[in-house]
Structures are given as structure tokens and as C-alpha cells.
Design a protein around this ligand. Structure first.
Ligand SMILES: Cc1cc2nc3c(=O)[nH]c(=O)nc-3n(C[C@H](O)[C@H](O)[C@H](O)COP(=O)(O)OP(=O)(O)OC[C@H]3O[C@@H](n4cnc5c(N)ncnc54)[C@H](O)[C@@H]3O)c2cc1C
Length: 362
């Protein structure tokens, strides 16, 4: 079990930060490549229902390190339809704190604090073919989706998988076996920087141009995603055919507090004293303090709204803003269409108008 006090974090802070977490034991650690490892989990039967997931979703982990509690999300590389146990795969990031911590420290039997599966990067129920663009560690939700697509649908599947070099290809053998088992449905194109040059907009267009009727699933680090998005935009692929998961770390909690202090004047000036929350069909007028997140206010008032990662990724806490204005600190999951419809992430929303009404979906 993690010891927060050894990392300079008090028991009390740790308890509060891990309120939405479950302790889950690592059953196995598998070296995936020279710079990545997979963690397989034993989820206790009594919390099994909380850990049901859809291909493409992720787990979030709370790790005490250097006096802070850092949250990092890792996509499930297992498939709910094909694999008996949940598995995530973590690739080292240069100078990255938690990815290296996981690769260097975690061993079978360790218990980690985990937020249950969440995320909107999941299969839709269309019949369109699917084209996956994965960059490096971005293969993790893609292989989960690939296994599920091949085992539960008739949809055709293409994977374009970019890596630095052959040694960096995660799941090379498993992917090869899947393609060999489904030669009419699954095609893989590897793009290796040291062999083919960096993937650029033109080469992505070349990979995508014959699949314009596909659903595109894009996953990987920032630069890779920008290139693929630009290429799909140049090919006029409609936005409802493009599904995106960006692999980023949230801001450190200390940095967030500094941000709040800088912007505090504006929010305090406009902040309401009470806000309206509709939850499970019941309306509540609750107290509100300047700079407080809507989720925080609702929980302080004794309500039990849904939430999970509390970092703006998972969408579990989304609700509709039906009156007033909020400012979201982070939004890594709501699409422009959802924002347009008035959806907000309550874990990230600070009220900035005198009246605010938030309605949770039933
Ligand atoms: C939904 C989702 C799913 C993901 N799934 C996966 C997955 O399946 N596999 C995977 O490998 N990754 C995944 N990621 C990425 C993962 O969550 C982390 O972002 C990644 O592991 C890097 O974290 P880190 O703590 O090692 O790096 P960080 O410490 O966050 O550092 C990231 C970068 O910032 C620099 N940096 C170092 N110290 C600091 C500092 N003090 N302040 C600011 N920047 C600093 C580092 O040099 C590095 O380049 C996912 C991300 C999301 C959002």
C-alpha cells in the first residue's frame, strides 16, 4: 500500500484526495517494451461492478510524491470482452514523474489507489469501418477497441501506428496475431520515425484518404494528435466521425492553487452566495463560496452527485448549466458540441455570475 506520509503528504490530505478511489492490488507487472510496462489488476469481487468498463476507457491513479498528490490517467489496454483482468500499460516519459515511478517501483501485490473506469473515448454503435491512429503509448485504448471490435462486431478495422523505432512498438506480437486471425477485416500500417521519417500531415492524409467514411479514433501525445487532426480537417472529415483522446498530465495541484489565487478577484466579485442544483429530479438551493467548484459546493451541502477523476477528464460529473455562467479550469473531455448544448464539468466549474443553475442528468 502507498505510504503518503513517506512522500510528505498528511494522512488527512490523502484521505480527502482518495475519497473516490478504491484500493486495488497489482496481480502482475509485465515488461511490454524497454520503456513501458503493463500492470494487471485483481479487482475484488465486491467492487467488481464499479470497475466494469467499455473498451477505450481509462483508470486514474492517485500517487503521493514529493509532498503532492498527483493524479495520472492510464487507458485500459485490456478489452472487457476478451480479457479476464483489467490491464493498463504505462510508457516512460522523459523526466516524467509518475510514468517512471510506475515503471521503477510497482510490483505484484502492491495496492494502488484507483478511480474507477471512465471516459468518452469509446465505440459508438454505428456500422462504419474504424480507422485507429495511435502514436506511441496511444496504442493502449486502441488495442482495447480493436479487440472489442473484432470480437463483437463485423466492422472493418485499420490501425496506423506511429513509433520512434521498431523497439518502441508496444503489443507488436499481439497486434500481429489479431491481424493474422482477421486478415479480411484488420489491417495494420506501422510508421517508424527512423525508417519512414516523422509522420506529417501529408503522410496522414495519404493513410486516411481511402477511409473517409470511417469513424476515426485518435490517441497519443500532443504533437501527433495535432498532425492527425490537421490532416483529417484538410480532408473535410465531419467532426462526428472523429474521436480523440489526448495523453496529457493535469496541472500540479500547487500550480492550480496559484492560478486560482491570480484569478480569484474576478470570480469573488461575481460569485453568487447560493446556487441551484437539480439532482435526481430534486431542486436544492445550496450555499456557495467564491472560487469553489460546483461539485465541491454540492458535496459540502450534503448532496451525493456523481464524480470520479476530479481532474476534468472523465466526464462522470457532467451536468447542464441551465442558468448563469461558470468558468471551467480544465476540460479534457467535453466536445464543442456538448459545450454548445450547455454541458459543463462540475468538478472544474467555478461560478462567475450572480445566478447559477446546474441540472444533473437523470
Ligand atoms: C485519458 C488519458 C489516458 C492516458 N493513458 C495513458 C496510457 O495508457 N499510457 C501512458 O503511458 N500514458 C497515458 N496517459 C498519459 C499519462 O497520464 C501521463 O500524462 C504520462 O504518463 C506522463 O506523466 P508523468 O507524471 O510521467 O510526467 P509529468 O511529470 O507529468 O511530466 C510530463 C512532462 O512535463 C515535464 N515535467 C517534469 N516535471 C514537471 C513539473 N514539475 N511540472 C510540469 N512539468 C514537468 C516532463 O519533463 C515531461 O516532459 C494518459 C493520459 C490521459 C489524459
Amino acid at each position: 500500500m502507498l505510504d503518503p506520509t513517506q512522500a510528505g503528504v498528511s494522512e488527512e490530505r490523502w484521505r480527502a484526495a482518495t475519497a473516490a478511489c478504491f484500493a486495488v492490488a497489482v496481480a502482475d507487472v509485465i515488461r511490454a517494451t524497454h520503456d513501458s510496462c503493463s500492470l494487471v489488476f485483481d479487482v475484488p469481487a465486491e467492487i467488481g461492478s464499479r470497475f466494469r468498463y467499455r473498451a477505450g476507457q481509462f483508470l486514474s491513479f492517485k500517487v503521493p510524491l514529493g509532498g503532492q498528490i498527483l493524479t495520472r490517467s492510464y487507458s485500459l489496454s485490456s478489452s472487457p470482452e476478451c480479457d479476464p483482468k483489467l490491464k493498463v500499460t504505462i510508457k516512460r516519459v522523459d523526466d516524467g514523474r509518475i510514468s517512471n515511478w510506475f515503471n521503477d517501483n510497482v510490483k505484484p501485490g502492491d495496492r494502488l489507489m484507483v478511480v474507477p473506469p471512465a471516459g468518452l473515448f469509446v465505440l459508438n454503435d454505428k456500422r462504419r469501418p474504424i480507422t485507429l491512429f495511435a502514436g506511441g503509448s496511444g496504442i493502449t485504448p486502441c488495442i482495447s477497441i480493436a479487440k472489442t471490435v473484432l470480437s463483437t462486431t463485423e466492422r472493418k478495422l485499420r490501425l496506423v501506428y506511429a513509433n520512434r523505432d521498431a523497439a518502441s512498438i508496444i503489443f507488436e506480437q499481439e497486434l500481429g496475431e489479431l491481424a493474422a486471425a482477421h486478415p479480411d477485416r484488420f489491417e495494420i500500417q506501422h510508421s517508424l520515425d527512423d525508417r519512414d521519417g516523422f509522420l506529417d500531415v501529408k503522410s496522414v492524409e495519404h493513410h486516411a484518404v481511402d477511409s473517409l467514411e470511417s469513424d476515426f479514433y485518435l490517441c497519443g501525445p500532443g504533437l501527433f494528435m495535432d498532425i492527425v487532426e490537421r490532416a483529417l480537417a484538410a480532408l473535410h472529415v465531419p467532426s462526428d466521425q472523429i474521436h480523440i483522446e489526448r495523453f496529457v498530465s493535469p496541472p500540479d495541484p500547487d500550480a492550480e492553487r496559484e492560478d486560482a489565487a491570480v484569478t480569484g478577484g474576478e470570480a469573488a466579485h461575481a460569485a453568487p452566495e447560493k446556487i441551484s442544483i437539480v439532482l435526481d429530479g430534486n431542486a436544492h438551493e445550496i450555499d456557495y463560496q467564491p472560487e469553489e467548484r460546483v461539485l465541491e459546493a454540492a458535496r459540502r451541502a450534503g448532496l451525493d452527485p456523481p464524480f470520479s477523476c476530479e481532474e476534468g477528464y472523465c466526464s462522470c460529473c457532467m451536468a447542464k448549466l441551465t442558468e448563469g455562467k461558470v468558468r471551467m479550469h480544465t476540460n479534457d473531455c467535453l466536445t464543442p458540441d456538448l459545450l454548445e448544448e450547455g454541458w459543463v464539468l462540475t468538478c472544474q466549474s467555478v461560478c462567475v455570475s450572480r445566478k447559477v443553475k446546474i441540472e444533473y442528468p437523470d
